[in-house]
Design a protein around this ligand. Structure first.
Ligand SMILES: *Cc1c(COP(=O)(O)O)cnc(C)c1O
Length: 442
């Protein structure tokens, strides 16, 4: 039931808190490792620390760094430490943002405005990006009037470098690669893409939202991780999410630029506002102090050795899950995923039906398409849930094989419908209606 009227009178504090607890009743059960996305859990001690750090600064505002030297120092340190982790040099600069999407929006807007300054002959800017790049890039393209030009994948689910090279033209203002991309957890060929960017003198953004706080630590513990950061000549900007494998509270990411020459084009300033001289580094106005403090706290609390330990443990859980999954007849892992995010595909099993069946058994599943697959993101929350999952997976596959007709509806029908539509406008209408219904009272 949804209350639709503004509350006439206040409610006692304890009652409000009780109601909040009650509201969580139907939420996805991430604590017991029954979800495979959305919450990046590093264990209870880290969760407790980030909560406390957030609470300490939950009222402070990072909008005006002059008023809160505490936040200014924390943000400066978080950005510098992240730049250090990702191979930045003495000229590397950046800012904290509310998340990967804002970091990416800023990087794309910055590339557009940099091009306006140094290549004014471009009137219709284009961005070349792999189809697997996060939708935050196409969202940025839509917001900032840039034409997205998609690079297809090779059979290994990585951006096809030779096609990328051909898609670059006189209007290209930015090339993008992911380390790794969200759908399959596979890394694009960053060095090759960077080489093309250098050849053509265009900025190159590496999206390490997912890998920024995982790949360096996997490298530390001896995993074969190819270079993907500012150590690669030609990489001009990067995004890395503190609120993913950095384990900070939600609302924390970093956007970085090799040189301030680029970042100058990120800022918004206005000198004739009656409210005073206005200068804002990112999209947000008011910026939550809690998110900054939480990120600062967890980076210091864990340090490189703490992150290394977590990376090793997360990788072990991932391997255990992957081995059990590929032992299931008909299932395979797509491409060669580098870290703790991957997808499984199948030519024989109806994965959408299996996902529906798993959800009826209390798991929250993430369906993907083109080709059909199920997505997995592994954290410490899955330490004790892998065996139960594999058990239920076997049962779900059996159940679906025994009664395929019972699964003709559900997500099989939905993805089938989207796949069979002659053009995307129908699907888009359907998706907009869905979003609209999510926050409508009836
Ligand atoms: C999560 C993610 C993003 C977007 O980050 P948000 O914090 O959800 O806005 C961008 N790129 C990749 C690779 C991601 O995994």
């Amino acid at each position: 039931m949804v209350q639709t009227q503004f509350p006439a009178a206040g409610t006692e504090k304890n009652k409000v808190l009780e109601q909040l607890q009650a509201l969580r009743g139907e939420d996805a059960n991430w604590r017991d490792g029954r979800t495979w996305s959305l919450v990046y859990y590093g264990g209870e001690e880290i969760a407790d620390l980030t909560r406390q750090a957030y609470q300490l600064f939950s009222q402070e505002n990072g909008l005006n760094p002059g008023a809160f030297p505490s936040l200014r120092q924390m943000e400066t340190e978080v950005v510098s430490m992240t730049a250090d982790l990702l191979g930045g040099g003495s000229g590397t600069v950046g800012n904290m943002t509310s998340g990967g999407t804002e970091s990416i929006l800023m990087a794309v807007k910055t590339a557009r405005d940099y091009a306006r300054a140094v290549r004014p002959e471009i009137h219709q800017p284009e961005m070349v990006l792999p189809v697997t790049a996060h939708p935050a890039f196409s969202k940025a393209a839509a917001y900032f009037d840039i034409k997205p030009v998609y690079v297809p994948l090779t059979e290994e689910y990585r951006a096809d470098v030779s096609v990328a090279r051909r898609l670059i033209n006189a209007n290209t203002i930015l090339l993008v690669g992911s380390a790794p991309a969200y759908p399959h957890g596979v890394m694009d060929p960053i060095e090759e893409l960077a080489g093309i960017a250098l050849e053509h003198h265009i900025p190159f953004h590496v999206d390490a939202c997912l890998g920024g706080f995982m790949l360096p630590f996997l490298k530390d513990i001896g995993e074969p991780v190819p270079d993907f950061d500012f150590r690669v000549p030609g990489v001009t900007s990067m995004s890395a999410d503190l609120h993913k494998y950095g384990y900070a509270s939600k609302g924390a990411s970093v956007v970085l630029y090799r040189e301030d020459e680029y970042r100058q084009h990120q800022f918004y300033v206005r000198s004739d506002w009656p409210g005073g001289l206005f200068a804002s580094p990112t999209m947000a106005g008011t910026r939550p102090g809690g998110a900054i403090a939480s990120a600062w706290a967890v980076l210091h609390y864990l340090g490189r050795d703490g992150y290394n330990r977590l990376a090793e443990s997360t990788l072990q859980i991932t391997r255990r899950l992957q081995e059990a999954l590929i032992a299931v007849p008909g299932l395979h892992i797509l491409g060669n995923p580098q870290m703790s995010v991957f997808a499984i595909g199948s030519e024989e099993v109806n994965l959408y039906a299996v996902a529906d069946e798993l959800e009826s058994r209390g798991w929250h599943m993430d369906r993907q398409h083109l080709p059909p697959s199920l997505h997995f993101m592994v954290t410490q929350a899955h330490r004790n849930s892998v065996d139960a999952f594999i058990d239920d997976l076997h049962k779900a596959i059996e159940e679906v094989a025994g009664h395929p007709e019972a699964y003709a509806e559900g997500s099989t029908a939905m993805y089938g419908m989207v796949g069979s539509l002659p053009d995307s406008s129908l699907a888009h209408g359907f998706m907009r209606d869905y979003l609209s219904s999510m926050t409508r009272k009836s």
